[in-house]
Design a protein around this ligand. Structure first.
Ligand code: HSE
Length: 313
């Protein structure tokens, strides 16, 4: 057991947590729907006698190596709230979620930092408190919620308190991720959105988000193409991801059940049941026509969410 700055005891010396990638919005569900994916970052946090918060990770990974790291920002928030701030920490990263591609890498760091700090302290905060902190730090709920709890999540608020419902996502469906060689920071992708939308566009998206939930719960996958239509964000984000309209059309032509921009982009996510090779090729060709190489990953949904893999005394 190590002493924190405030003199309180940390319960454990080392913790390892694993956090899934996420794809947010899924077309119509802007800032509401999000889905956890079987693609993970793993964070190992160790309390050290040597002061300072340091990050070890794969060489070349473009993240801060000190306490400005987003994982540490989140961890500090939790430690400070509980009055226990360790003097020395070392973070080892295993990163499989691409950075700034619309796959929830920031959410994974925030959820990882909160979960790891809470675990070192013996889990004093319940999941609802971790979610509230995560939403506050990220600014929108649709990546951090599925990252924390898994499945397809519907995020909402009652007054200022974040709430969610999580639906298990069927493993008979695949998620094809076409990840172009292009970084789109989320703040930039939010800045291109209008502050106000028309009533017609709001109704359009509401109808499709409702359809999404029906389609999933009743295995009416034939409805996904309409359910994933969007007028609130994708049309505006085409300015940042010019290949998007072609990628959507090409994905459908090749047999995808649904295609959308993943989160704020630039990744495009296709939901498939068969036809994976054809859809992957179609998405790659659409990006190639805009001069962008892209890697394609095919994953299933994660219905478990962030996990504490282990703690050491
Ligand atoms: N709902 C958010 C957005 C997700 O579209 O800006 C960001 O990953």
């Amino acid at each position: 057991m190590e002493a924190g700055r405030a003199g309180q005891a940390l319960r454990y010396r080392r913790v390892q947590v694993r956090v899934p990638a996420t794809t947010a919005n899924l077309g119509s569900g802007f800032d509401v729907l999000g889905l956890a994916l079987q693609l993970y970052n793993t964070f190992t946090l160790t309390v050290t006698a040597e002061p300072g918060w340091r990050v070890e990770g794969p060489p070349g990974l473009a993240v801060p190596r000190d306490d400005r790291n987003l994982f540490y920002h989140a961890a500090r928030r939790l430690f400070s709230r509980l009055g226990v701030v360790p003097e020395g920490l070392r973070l080892a990263l295993q990163v499989d979620i691409p950075l700034a591609r619309g796959l929830g890498s920031s959410a994974s760091a925030i959820v990882g930092g909160l979960l790891a700090a809470n675990a070192l302290l013996g889990q004093p905060l319940p999941a609802a408190a971790l979610l509230a902190l995560a939403v506050e730090l990220e600014g929108h709920p649709d990546n951090v919620t599925p990252a924390l709890v898994g499945g397809l999540t519907l995020a909402y608020r009652i007054d200022s308190e974040p709430r969610y419902l999580s639906l298990p996502f069927p493993h008979e469906l695949s998620l094809l991720l076409a990840i172009p060689e292009l970084e789109v920071p989320t703040h930039q992708a939010r800045a291109v959105l209008p502050a106000q939308v028309s009533r017609a566009d709001a109704v359009f998206n509401c109808s499709r988000t409702a359809l999404w939930v029906y389609a999933l719960q009743n295995r009416r996958y034939d409805l996904l193409a309409v359910a994933m239509e969007d007028r609130l964000h994708q049309p505006y984000r085409t300015a940042l991801v010019p290949a998007l309209p072609e990628a959507l059309a090409a994905g459908y032509r090749a047999g995808a059940l649904g295609v959308a921009l993943s989160g704020a982009g630039p990744t495009v996510v296709a939901i498939t049941q068969g036809a994976e090779a054809a859809v992957a090729a179609a998405l790659q060709e659409a990006f190639a026509r805009h001069g962008l190489a892209c890697q394609v990953r095919c994953v299933r949904a994660d219905n478990q969410g962030a996990t504490v893999l282990g703690v050491d005394p």
